[in-house]
Design a binder for this molecule. Structure first.
Ligand code: MLT
Length: 329
């Protein structure tokens, strides 16, 4: 009798589990049935936000649902990363972040998430160069003059950034470390608002991505002192690299990746990856990224494994550099 009861309850449990399994398999098959939230870890109007908004529309078209961008700025992107790590693993929360996902580890004593275990990976997206910019009426007209101006004025000079974990902060502090100077660093919630203040003359310097800055450099509304690439950029060929102006080997190229919380089922991750690839292969997206000197990554990098492998390598690359440069100041 007892055995029979046990057997019966065992069969009932198996049937329930089977039903649940098939329901969730069905849910995965039908996914998405509502809009998807694309979290951006910096303020609206900045470089990460722009890349996100550019791919959100074609990704939504590929998935048959709207992809809504949500800005969750603050603490160099770590507030958004924490939010995503804690979100439901149902595929309705996706996340676009840049290399701050790799550098935050070395910048913060303790993070509430682990970049290597708290997320699923959809794929790498694009690589963006940076430029060291100055406000229009800064007396220095080139890098040599900037160097002299910095030596004469030191901490009277202000440099904007988007907080620890932001690439503007990494670039700015690596620059100060290489120059052996300490400027006054001003944090913002993203380089969108920081660039607005640079254009308005409220802050002196900003190391920013090319996403928004090229038109301002071309029409002289900001001064460009050097690129963070080892080769000059086709969109602004007259701007020398920092490397060629004496900061040998100075290179910061900002890569982006797309993530979900840990535990999103593979069939949903596959759909997200296919939608990302489709979006990045759209001619309009390719043109708009190329105009901003942004390189779309190879098909191989546009994969979960391509992103995970790169993230791991970047954590190992930047940790020692950040510690050696005494960042944060
Ligand atoms: C932004 O989108 O505001 C930037 O990517 C912030 C930064 O990392 O500098």
């Amino acid at each position: 009798m007892k055995v029979k009861k046990f057997l019966f309850s065992g069969i009932a449990a198996a049937l329930t589990a089977g039903a649940l399994l098939s329901t969730s398999a069905l849910a995965q098959k039908d996914w998405p049935t509502k809009s998807i939230n694309l979290i951006v870890p910096f303020a609206a109007g900045g470089p990460t936000d722009s890349v996100a908004r550019l791919i959100a529309v074609p990704m939504g078209q590929a998935l048959g649902q709207t992809v809504v961008v949500e800005n969750v700025p603050g603490a160099g992107g770590t507030i958004a990363s924490t939010k995503v790590a804690r979100a439901a693993p149902d595929g309705y929360t996706i996340y676009l972040h840049h290399m701050g996902m790799a550098t935050a580890n070395a910048l913060y004593d303790k993070l509430p998430y682990d970049p290597m275990t708290s997320f699923e990976y959809i794929g790498q997206v694009a690589d963006v160069p940076m430029v060291l910019l100055g406000k229009k009426d800064l007396p220095a007209n080139n890098f040599k003059e900037l160097e002299a101006y910095i030596r004469a004025n030191g901490s009277k000079i202000t440099m904007a950034n988007a907080g620890p974990g932001a690439v503007s902060q990494l670039c700015g502090l690596l620059f100060q470390s290489r120059m052996g100077v300490k400027l006054t660093n001003i944090p913002y919630k993203g380089t969108g608002p920081a660039l607005t203040d640079l254009l308005g003359g409220q802050v002196d310097l900003l190391c920013d991505q090319t996403t928004q800055t090229i038109p301002y450099i071309k029409d002289g509304r900001v001064k460009a002192y050097g690129t963070t690439t080892l080769k000059r950029l086709p969109a602004i060929p007259n701007v020398p690299t920092l490397d060629e102006q004496g900061l040998k080997g100075f290179e910061v190229k900002v890569w982006h990746g797309m993530y979900t919380p840990k535990g999103v089922p593979k069939p949903i991750l596959d759909k997200l990856n296919a939608a990302l690839k489709k979006a990045l292969n759209t001619p309009d997206v390719q043109k708009r990224l190329a105009d901003a000197n942004i390189d779309i990554v190879s098909q191989e990098k546009m994969t979960p494994n391509g992103l995970k492998t790169h993230l791991d390598a970047e954590i190992n690359k930047w940790g020692p550099i950040i510690r050696k440069s005494n960042i944060p100041d």
